[in-house]
Design a protein around this ligand. Sequence first.
Ligand code: GRF
Length: 214
Amino acid sequence: MAIRLAVLASGRGSNLQAVLDAIASGALDARVVGVFSDRPAAPALRRVPAELRWARAPSGFPDRAAFDAALADAVAAAAPDWVLCAGYMRLLGEDFVARFRGRMLNIHPSLLPRHRGLRTHARALAAGDAEHGASVHFVTPELDAGGVVLQAAVPVLPGDDAEALAARVLGVEHPLLVRALQWAAAGRISEREGRACLDGQPVFTPPRLPYVPA
Ligand code: GRF
């Protein structure tokens, strides 16, 4: 049976689109049951029919906990099997994470544990990294610190600026995310004691998708 996916997104939603395309082509046995955003103008929202959209500005809530609770209630009402953060740019509080722990994934544009947080492409360049990439990981209360399921690497090339590097990484994010969700749909991934497991075995060195230059 198709897994039910709730997607949290704040921005353009190209990762969401990759998921929708994979579902439409039959590559991914899933159904997007809601797209949730902290930015009512997020282009990601327009990628799904209006009845699947939920968006509220956090400024309309008394505090972060109240926003998180409203978001969590809306997500729970869609009865998802998995919650996917795909360019969701707001920190999720502990209560939110606890409610969906073990079935919430994030895609992050770096080879974790390198470069948690923001501006990962500029930081990879500043550090002189020879390679960079993206990771799909379980969400835990600590930012970008949950067990990594799968990664995709790209080379850093001479002359790269943050924009060029971000574009190369985005090209591998989409197949990376689809593959991780295929594993979720097949019941192959889980989280145990903060570590990702694949086929029941803890992941110590995350597997990587092979790099195919564009
Ligand atoms: C991606 O780079 C993702 O890894 C990061 O935010 C960006 C979102 O892009 N978390 P999009 O909105 O999916 O196009």
